[in-house]
Design a protein around this ligand. Structure first.
Ligand code: ZN
Ligand code: ZN
Length: 751
């Protein structure tokens, strides 16, 4: 630690002009530089500008400054470059001052993601002597909302939705006092001058404890909350929200309380407690008291910890408002379902007017406040896969954190996929993938896609030269190119899947890719989804695919596994069993008839082969959503096993039919274990043959099927044993949420 020198600066000896690039605005960087300069006895200035932070400093110890800027940077800062040159100009100033932002030239800096309330703020929040005691909007330079309240750069209060809250005299003093930890904290406020919550947390808790469903305005939208231990309340929420059978996320007071509900290892604990505060999908502790309707019979539980002062205040109220500071670390039984308030299939609700219009009949009460949400953003969801966190959904806390591309890209807007949409903007060496937008089914979702793209382009100040999207002729993302009057580039779905993983891992040049998912429009117009590819930048060769499986009933197959199971039985020559297994309704007769026709549509989709396995094992014959049956299948697996000789590889086509025949009459758990173990071995065998033939050893694993932890881990392990280098998606989800980056990478390679 350097000596503190609060005295007047010594006679300046030399001057430096230091440019700091990266995420250096809105993270307390100027106060940090100011404090550092005083410690070193320097004179000069620090300012935010369009390129980041500019420091001009004079003094005998100025040479120490650049290294210390890197080494001691504030927690939310990310330093990409520190460029040093000799200061020019006239006589150095006396003292060290913070200069107002200069708004000129192109914006060249980042706005940070939203960060969970920090420990210092929590100490104040529960200190009865502090003037922000129980203040629901406490924040500082190290925590609070960023991305979701910022309309444009540079990140200054007038550019955020805090613009309307004039600082009171005491907040103003803190904001302008270089010694204060809220010096230039753009989101700062207090009970006198800050936003107001429409209902006190104690009253919200009372409603929740009484079984009510309460819509609560949060960081990136509204949550629907209810008591997670109250089966009737959770069941009511499901019915009102038409939340099919998808699992709901649960929030508890702290890590100690979380450990009672689920198995949490060190890596998962770090993830839960990180300032990004994602939902982490964990193995549930049996008999944990959480209502059955939360996870709908799955042995997993999606948990998260409080990330706003309002959340902390709710758990404080639930704990009986303890006066001691230690309550935060004790174990508490309270557990709240916290699920995004979006009416069935629509994007997140994020304004008070919308909440009133769209949540009628869903929430018993609506709690909001007057700090507007500039852009909506869901909670992120992660799971530990193969020893590291993997995204299921990437949004709050991570967006707009850039992904380093390792090389320069032209400025592009990639519009993602039809399902689980997210868009991507490239700028220099960085890719910025938007928050999860969702399925582009309705006009509301398409509006959100345009809003997310426009917001990203605005805060990054990027003017794209091309718009990239899916090859499907009806892909709605094309409207973004038309609206901007820019050229449209189409990229095949699975090519983009593989390219995304390669881009994240900085693989340049040819590599193999295994893309397994539900559906993607093939370059031959067919329905693809089980693809072994050779990808080399803009070039993509289909080395092989899964054997085609018939689709009796088209799109309905994705939700009704009995249909693909019938197709498998028919292909095995066991069509007579269809009726016996799945009932003698007219439906089964209809399916049998379709299967007998040579004109029936087929797909190479791995998702449909999974459905066939689920159907044969009797799991969710008629499911509520596409992932339900495969999730149940995966959850049965304890120790995956390989049934040798139950797959065929002919001319690059991997046929899992013999495997299905081998599990068709097994008990569900036995069948699930054999299916996973054998499929992983077959995929590895298939990839190894392609590796030998092509001389390539790097293989990207992508597609929604790799959300399946067992499949991802078993396949990666088998590939490693075979001497290959498997790459799993880490920066983005393996499902269609990761596609936009791959589209950008392919378009960049074409340029
Ligand atoms: Zn803080
Ligand atoms: Zn104030």
């Amino acid at each position: 630690m350097l000596a503190v020198d609060g005295q007047a600066t010594t006679q300046p000896a030399e001057g430096l002009r230091i440019r700091v690039r990266g995420r250096v605005q809105g993270v307390g960087f100027r106060p940090f530089v100011h404090a550092l300069a005083r410690r070193l006895g320097l004179a000069g200035t620090v300012r935010n500008d369009a390129e980041g932070v500019l420091v001009e400093a004079w003094g005998t110890r100025v040479g120490e400054l650049p290294a210390l800027l890197r080494a001691q940077a504030p927690p939310l800062a990310r330093i990409d470059a520190v460029e040093v040159q000799a200061a020019t100009g006239g006589a150095p100033p006396s003292g060290f001052t913070i200069v107002d932002s200069v708004r000129e030239g192109p914006v060249r800096t980042d706005i940070g993601p939203d960060a969970a309330t920090c420990e210092d703020c929590l100490d104040e929040l529960f200190d009865p002597a502090d003037r922000r005691y129980l203040h629901p909007f406490i924040t500082c330079t190290h925590c609070g909302p960023r991305f979701t309240i910022t309309s444009r750069l540079p990140y200054d209060r007038p550019q955020t939705t805090m613009a309307g809250f004039a600082l009171c005299a005491r907040c103003e003093r803190e904001y302008t006092d270089p010694a204060d930890r809220r010096f230039h904290a753009e989101t700062t406020c207090c009970p006198d001058c800050g936003p107001r919550l429409s209902l006190p947390p104690a009253a919200i808790w009372e409603l929740l404890a009484g079984g009510a469903i309460v819509a609560i305005q949060g960081i990136g939208g509204y949550h629907l909350a209810c008591d997670a231990r109250d089966e009737a309340a959770v069941a009511r929420l499901r019915i009102r929200k038409q939340r099919e059978a998808k699992p709901l996320a649960v929030m508890v007071a702290n890590l100690a309380s979380a450990r009672r509900l689920a198995r949490i290892d060190e890596a998962a604990a770090a993830c839960l407690g990180s300032r990004e505060r994602p939902i982490v999908v964990l193995d549930a502790e049996p008999g944990n008291g959480i209502a059955r309707s939360v996870s709908m019979g799955l042995p997993t539980l999606g948990l998260m910890l409080p990330y706003t002062p309002i959340h902390h205040l709710l758990f404080h109220a639930a704990a009986g408002a303890p006066a001691d500071a230690a309550w935060r670390h004790r174990e508490w039984p309270a557990a709240l379902v916290m699920t995004s308030a979006n009416p069935h299939g629509e994007p997140l609700v994020h304004t008070a007017a919308e909440a009133r219009a769209r949540l009628v009949g869903i929430a018993d009460a609506i709690v909001d406040h007057d700090r507007a949400i500039a852009v909506r953003c869901d909670d992120s969801v992660l799971r530990m896969v193969d020893g590291a966190p993997a995204f299921i959904r990437r949004a709050r806390g991570y967006v707009p954190e850039p992904i380093d591309l390792g090389r320069e890209f032209p400025p592009l807007l990639a519009t993602g996929a039809y399902l689980k949409n997210a868009v991507c903007v490239t700028r220099g060496r960085e890719a910025f993938v938007s928050q999860h937008v969702g399925d582009l089914d309705g006009p509301e979702a398409r509006r959100f896609q345009h809003e997310a793209a426009a917001h990203l382009l605005r805060i990054l100040d990027v003017r794209p030269t091309q718009v990239v999207g899916d090859l499907h002729p009806d892909f709605p993302g094309r409207a973004l190119a038309d609206a901007a009057d820019l050229p449209w580039v189409a990229v095949q779905h699975h090519h983009a899947h593989v390219a995304s993983v390669l881009a994240e891992h900085h693989v340049v040049g040819p590599a193999l890719g295994l893309a397994l998912d539900g559906y993607g429009y093939g370059s031959d117009g067919g329905a693809w989804g089980g693809e072994l590819l050779r990808v080399d930048g803009a070039a993509c060769a289909r080395l092989g695919h899964l054997a085609p499986i018939a689709l009796p009933g088209g799109d309905r197959c994705a939700r009704e596994p009995w249909r693909c199971a019938s197709a498998a039985l028919h292909a095995m020559g066991r069509a007579a069993e269809i009726r016996a297994r799945f009932g003698d309704e007219p439906l089964t007769a209809g399916v049998a008839m379709m299967l007998a026709s040579t004109a029936i549509a087929t797909t190479s989709s791995a998702g449909r082969w999974f459905d066939a396995a689920c159907g044969l094992l009797g799991l969710h014959l008629r499911a509520d959503h596409e992932g339900q049956a495969p999730m149940a299948l995966e959850s049965l697996v304890r120790s995956p096993r390989v049934l040798a000789g139950t797959w065929r590889i002919v001319d690059g086509v991997l046929d899992p039919l013999p495997l299905l025949a081998a599990i068709a009459d097994r008990e569900p758990r036995d069948g699930a274990e054999c299916f996973h173990g054998t499929l992983a071995a077959a995929l590895s065998d298939w990839a190894t043959q392609a590796a030998r033939a092509s001389g390539l050893s790097t293989i990207a694993l992508s597609g929604g099927c790799f959300l399946n932890r067992v499949l991802a881990e078993e396949t990666a392990a088998a590939l490693r044993r075979a001497g290959l280098r498997p790459l799993l998606p880490r920066a983005l989800p393996p499902n269609d949420g990761g596609i936009a980056l791959g589209q950008a990478a392919v378009a960049a390679a074409m340029a």
